[in-house]
Design a protein around this ligand. Structure first.
Ligand code: PLP
Length: 398
């Protein structure tokens, strides 16, 4: 039951209809799905009723919207491996212009985007990639740097606890041909990292140092959109100017079903395209995916919807602090890291309270997005209240 779309769990009469795209909330006998308006059944359609409304586990749980669906009938059905998917090439040129990079490539996931860029920067071992110890490329990509690039990772703990500084990097980077070491060829940055914005000023310092030493810089910008959606933030291209490659997500807070776009020089992107094919990432009728990514940029990025998730995060941070809670990182974008342990809330109590309120959370990490509703945010606030009451022994977990 856990994995079924929420819409399917609203009524027991919906059970057993998993093979259909439309689920019906019955006000009588639903009979055959009827699409006309004058019927006693109300269609509950995951495109119009997103299963993500009450989901705070990750912004990757956002679902494509009706506008994205509506982009499909006019998308190109050309083969992208043959270079004939005009919808895909449109998306790529549009993003290349937005980030002011010479070339762009649509890839199946953020993981694939990062791994292709890093592979493209590296030639042959011995070589190392330096990154934040918490970086996605280090922790969450199934060891891709080892298997795909034969690279050693030089993980660094940021001294300020938030993001890597030039000094952090300099203290670990190997800029020498001493045969004991695997030289640092790439510094891989991440922005935002755990919802925290890495300042453009620091990226400029790191960029200048890297250019001086012939080290490449990759930016895992899965959530760079979030950093740039904040009031008064730098432009996307200002961050992109400091790095040799960048990967940005279409499926996290943007809401498209899957995919990322990598950007860089013509040469970098050509190499990435070649390796993408080698690992089975050549996409035939890619227009089906890229049309939705294009529509997502209009609706979510240009439409200012990243700010919706940020506003929910601020509000939830306020609630948590009012209840005496602390956060492990400053809330600058769409994530709230509620320190459950510090407030005496156990994981068990937290998930039980969340389940009772019908919200999905993963530990104390709360990730907001444009599809969360006010009802869901209120339910999460009640979750916090209930969990704190139990922590304070004013109530017991039933
Ligand atoms: C989610 C995420 C990725 C990976 O994206 P997928 O599309 O899930 O592979 C990479 N980097 C960061 C920072 C992410 O948050």
């Amino acid at each position: 039951m856990f994995l079924l779309p929420r819409a399917m769990r609203l009524s027991s009469t919906c059970r057993g209809r998993g093979a259909r795209n439309l689920y019906y909330l019955s006000k009588g006998s639903p009979g055959m799905p009827a699409l006309s308006a004058n019927t006693t059944t109300t269609p509950v359609n995951p495109w119009t009723h997103s299963p993500a409304t009450h989901d705070f586990r990750s912004d990757t749980l956002t679902t494509p919207t009706p506008t994205m669906l509506a982009s499909l009938p006019t998308c190109s059905l050309g083969d992208d491996v043959y270079g004939e998917s005009t919808t895909t090439t449109n998306l790529e040129s549009r993003l290349a212009a937005l980030f002011r990079k010479p070339s762009a490539l649509f890839v199946l996931s953020g993981t694939m985007g990062n791994q292709l860029c890093l592979r493209a920067h590296l030639s042959h071992p011995p070589h190392s990639v330096l990154c934040d110890v918490r970086a996605h490329v280090n922790v969450f990509e199934a060891g891709g740097l080892a298997s795909l690039s034969q690279a050693m990772v030089q993980p660094v703990k940021p001294s300020n606890g938030l993001w890597l500084t030039l000094e952090d990097i300099q203290s670990t980077a190997v800029i020498s041909d001493d045969i004991h070491f695997a030289p640092t060829r790439v510094v891989s940055l991440e922005n935002t990292i755990n919802g925290v914005i890495m300042p453009l000023g620091e990226m400029r310092r790191i960029g200048a140092w890297a250019r001086e030493h012939g080290v490449k810089i990759h930016l895992d910008g899965a959530r760079l959109w979030n950093a740039c959606a904040v009031e008064g933030a730098p432009e996307l291209w200002e961050y992109a100017a400091e790095v040799d490659s960048i990967s940005v997500s279409m499926s996290k807070g943007m809401g498209a079903p899957t995919g990322s776009v990598v950007l860089g020089s013509e040469e970098l992107v050509a190499k990435a395209r070649h390796v993408r094919k080698a690992i089975g990432g050549g996409i035939r009728q890619a227009g089906v995916l890229t049309a939705m990514a294009n529509a997502a940029i209009d609706e979510v990025w240009s439409g200012g919807k990243y700010r919706v998730g940020d506003a929910w995060a601020k509000r939830l941070e306020g609630k948590w602090k009012a209840l005496g809670g602390e956060v492990s990182y400053p809330v600058q974008t769409n994530m709230v890291w509620a320190d459950l342990k510090g407030r005496g809330v156990t994981e068990e109590v937290w998930s039980a309270c969340a389940e009772r309120e019908g919200v999905k959370v993963g530990s104390g990490r709360i990730v907001c997005h444009f599809q969360n509703t006010i009802e869901a945010v209120e339910a999460l606030e009640r979750t916090m209240e209930a969990a704190c009451k139990i922590a304070d022994k004013k109530e017991e977990l039933e």
